[in-house]
Design a binder for this molecule. Structure first.
Ligand code: TRP
Length: 455
């Protein structure tokens, strides 16, 4: 085994940035707004925040603990920590989830590249809200154009994965993330000052709990897990590259806070603008692609060159944010094939990239030519999204909480969380209590509630 040769993240800030790079991505800027729009706005956001802080952070810490104490890929981790048990299936389910997410996520990542090109070729200028809807519908249902971008995106991911952890992932995260954050802040300012933006602000801030159903709860929990990259061993795999000194609790809090801020700010870009130009908040996966071009065009109508510059920069940085997320998904599957099946890293990565191109192509086509073909009433793209975010990740989170809370030796968990007793452990008992009782009960309740058994 190649365990002794495994690389480390170079510095502490590098570890935090790489983990934040995994967490912050299309989940925040594309998926969060559209799920918020589909699920009625402010009340959804409050439940999502509850899920992030009460369930998400402890599960994130549990994944860090499992990853760093085993120092191997997510399936191998359960072999090391729970030899001879069925826990290995938890790791394997995570690898499968990562593979499915990577396939459809890359489709959306490909869209951001096309939109970067649209921005650069000035095709947002002089267009109308109706025109932007048409632009997206024509593009996303085209049989080959999105597929080419998907392939380009997966090849870019592949390239970083093959170059290794330290050189690739870390360097990419360090420069681009702060830049994206600044652009987002600017766009919030633009969006809230559009005429009629107040409707969108109210949508984000005035909760209407009468609209909260079982499926809103499940969507909020799924969104929290998806956005934090938890429930499938992604953070577990990253933590296996952490150094001994990394403070797991603090890293988890920092990352969750950054992740939530970016998502909520994305909401403050999208909804004020959507209400301003009359786009329905429940437009689904197309929401940000039909709303944002309006922001660039209208907010900068006095100084179009600024709108041009910001739009190009925004889509390029969004693509990079997506890249740091696809890298983390790809890494889970690649590390698994490399370490468990003794494939070379390069061959493992090639296998993953190739299969994702095939599956991703089917996902992309399901929005166009094969639209009529549905499984459980969902096209392949929507099916992958539903099965991973709303079933596999919460289920994974449930068992990760049980594994860390009940199965693992408490002293081992404590040593890991306190770095062998060198850090204070004021929160340790709270974390364990949540992992043991609160998280399993909440997740199970939301599942059972959605299945309708309680009615
Ligand atoms: N969290 C990322 C985002 O918000 C996507 C992602 C990366 C992910 N790794 C993951 C989602 C693992 C679920 C599980 O864009």
């Amino acid at each position: 085994m190649s365990t002794e040769k495994r690389s480390n993240f170079g510095s502490k800030i590098g570890a935090i940035l790489a983990v934040a790079g995994s967490a912050v991505g299309l989940g925040n800027i594309w998926r969060f707004p559209y799920e918020t729009g589909n699920n009625g706005g402010a009340a959804f956001i409050l439940i999502y925040l509850f899920c992030v802080f009460i369930l998400g952070i402890p599960i994130l810490i549990a994944e860090f603990t499992i990853g760093r104490s085993s120092r191997t890929n997510t399936a191998g981790a359960y072999r090391v920590l729970a030899p001879g048990t069925q826990w290995k299936w938890l790791g394997r389910m995570g690898v499968l989830a990562g593979f499915l997410i990577l396939s459809y996520y890359s489709v959306v990542a490909g869209w951001t590249l096309q939109y970067a090109v649209n921005a650069a070729t000035n095709s947002f200028a002089n267009n109308t809200p109706e025109g932007f809807k048409q632009m997206f519908a024509t593009f996303s249902s085209n049989p080959w154009q999105p597929v080419i971008w998907l392939i380009i995106f997966l090849l870019a991911t592949h390239f970083v994965i093959v170059r290794g952890v330290e050189n690739g992932i870390e360097k990419a995260s360090k420069v681009m993330m702060p830049a994206l954050f600044i652009i987002i802040l600017l766009l919030v300012g633009c969006s809230v000052s559009l005429p009629g933006a107040i409707g969108g602000i109210e949508f984000l801030l005035k909760p209407d709990f009468s609209k909260v159903t079982g499926s809103v709860l499940l969507s909020a929990m799924g969104q929290a897990f998806f956005s934090l990259s938890i429930g499938m061993g992604c953070m577990c795999t990253y933590a296996s590259y952490f150094s001994k000194e990394t403070n797991l609790t603090r890293t988890a809090f920092n990352v969750a806070i950054i992740d939530v801020i970016v998502a909520v700010l994305a909401g403050f870009i999208i909804f004020p603008a959507a209400f301003s130009v009359g786009i329905q908040p429940d437009a689904g996966p197309s929401l940000i692609f039909i709303t944002l071009p309006n922001v660039f065009q209208q907010a900068f109508s006095g100084i179009p060159v600024l709108g041009y510059l910001f739009s190009v920069m925004f889509y390029v940085l969004l693509a990079v944010a997506a890249l740091t997320s696809t890298i983390s998904l790809h890494e889970v599957v690649t590390a698994y094939l490399h370490e468990e099946f003794k494939l070379t890293r390069k061959r493992a990565a090639t296998l993953v990239t190739g299969s994702c191109i095939v599956l991703g192509t089917f996902c992309s086509l399901s929005l166009g030519v094969t639209k009529g073909f549905a499984v459980f009433g969902l096209g392949l793209f929507d099916l992958f999204d539903y099965v991973t975010a709303k079933i596999m990740l919460p289920l994974g989170g449930l068992f990760i909480a049980i594994f860390a809370g009940w199965y693992l030796d408490k002293k081992r968990v404590k040593d890991e969380i306190t770095n062998q007793g060198t850090l204070q452990s004021t929160l340790f008992n709270v974390i364990i209590f949540i992992l043991k009782y609160i998280a399993p009960i909440c997740i199970a309740f939301i599942f059972i509630n959605e299945l309708g058994i309680l009615k």
